[in-house]
Write a protein that binds this ligand. Sequence first.
Ligand code: BES
Ligand code: ZN
Length: 632
Amino acid sequence: MPVRSLLAVLVLTLTGCAQPQPVATTDVTAPASERLVLPEDVHSYARPAEARVTDVALDLTADFAAKQLHGTATLTLDRAPDADEVVLDTRDLAIEQVTTPDGTPLTFTLGAADPFLGQPLTVTLPETGDRIVVHYRTSPEAAAVQWLSPDQTTGGTHPFVFTQGQAILTRTWMPTQDSPGIRQTYSAEVTVPTPLTAVMSAEMLTPEGEPAEDGTTYRFRMDEAIPPYLIALAIGDLDFREVGPRTGVWAEPSVVEAAAYELADMEAMIDAAEGLYGPYRWGRYDVLVLPPSFPFGGMENPRLTFATPTILAGDRSLVSLIAHELAHSWSGNLVTNATWADFWLNEGFTSYFENRIMEAVYGAEYARMLESLSRRDLAAEMADLPEADQHLFLDLDGRDPDDGMTAIAYDKGAAFLRTIEVAAGRERFDAFLRDYFDRHAFQPMTTERFLDHLDAELIRGDAALRARIQPEAWVYGPGLPDVAAPVVSEAFARVEAQAEAFLAGTAPESLETDAWTTHEWLHFLEVLPDGLSAEQLDALDAAFGLTETGNSEVLFAWLRTAIAHRYEPAFPALRDFLVRQGRRKFVLPLFQDLARTDWGRALAREIYREARPGYHAITAGSVDPVLGWEGG
Ligand code: BES
Ligand code: ZN
């Protein structure tokens, strides 16, 4: 071999051993050879190859009376040499003016409005300069922003507001390029009425706030470039409790102690996650427990997960949700789905990773129960989905990206990764994933690039291994491929034996349930068949206090059983549950179950009339069509 090629081999080998480097950049000013070409995002108007937002600096005031955020967004841009305009995403924003930082007005136009995508804001750029200032205010109906009156909070005396950006709602509270592939750093100055506190998915520069003319100002800074759906803000009467050296909880004062107790294992979860996939790269990890109308279980806003209070069961049994949101600190926040068609890269990886964290912290038996519940959810939901929506990679052109928020992305995605793990062996797969996160940190990822990476770094031409995985069947085909790794939970097999005993006539008190955890109860309720008698339901309820349970997941499973059997003694609890919290995962199936029956539709509408004013637009938007709701 000539000396030169020998040297080249050496250099390649050496670079191969060194700390993996990012493979490409989205910086439009970088040389073309190093530039990562972003795939087209059908959910954004932005044209990032011409001019892309790299930083957002917000200066906002929260006006609770008007239900508006108003102020300025100063955007820093990467401009291609010939770019003379920048296109931003907006929806329901009132744009007052656009200027240069020194106040010179710039010409702008707002395009036609699409119900999901909103309106493109096209700004004519000055000859030189890389910053523009957009003066704007949000609409009281901004889909990302929920304004809560004091009586919608737990404390009942102060109002509250929070944002929820994913998937394409950030554009309803700030003008920016709202595409997950266009990463941006951000900073903010937020002025709120005293004595409220503002928190964000960023470093808090002024923990105490600073007195301002019209309230208190809080300043924040996020120095890592993040996708815009992760920019988040909440304002309310908030207290903080430390949980560990880099973890803590924020919540209303009356909730914060319970939250700190429930989430005591957060530090152990981070340690476990780091042991699996490398350092936690975001500094602090805090959780904000929101008022009960929060429409999701959790949202992985960096440094500050937003969570529903319905995880506060009192016995730490629902904290896998925190493991999930924490796992997004790698899968999602570090390596991000490039478009919403690649959503499974966020949620499938995260659901798999969540299970690994749970296994590391709470043991394999617990993790197998969670995995088994996930597979059942998948089977149930898949039965109702058209085949094209059963693919991991989705075609969402012309659709709301929320249509992709199904068990396919989460549970089929996780099953795919579990199958790779079993096929390749855990040790190899863990090394592969750790390297994947390091190499692609702070970058967008497409399904196709992941598949290429899987072939290049794990399968490496091993045809037998490839046959045990069958990547294309998972990603571009319907259903659960035959190669899917099976899930076995011995604990659940024991639960099934007890369910059978009950059905064969054993009294509930005589069943062996003493050592059951929340998940065994969930499995028990879910394997009970339809067609139970009122006496059987009475006996279960009397023995186990199901209608009275403070565990939201167990209550939800029980209420579904109650509806399936028209078990009226549980209906006051059903109404109460639907009115006092607005988590879509609970609310929507219960209304669907009721609406499917001839007797339940009127009851559903009556409960909905009472509950709907407390719901977030995301929850109400999902339930409205189920009940044919048009204003009541
Ligand atoms: N990122 C999601 C929530 C989300 C997805 C919001 C798509 C908007 C659009 C979050 O990580 C999540 O998956 N939350 C789940 C809980 C989790 C334990 C499965 C939820 O809220 O139910
Ligand atoms: Zn998630």
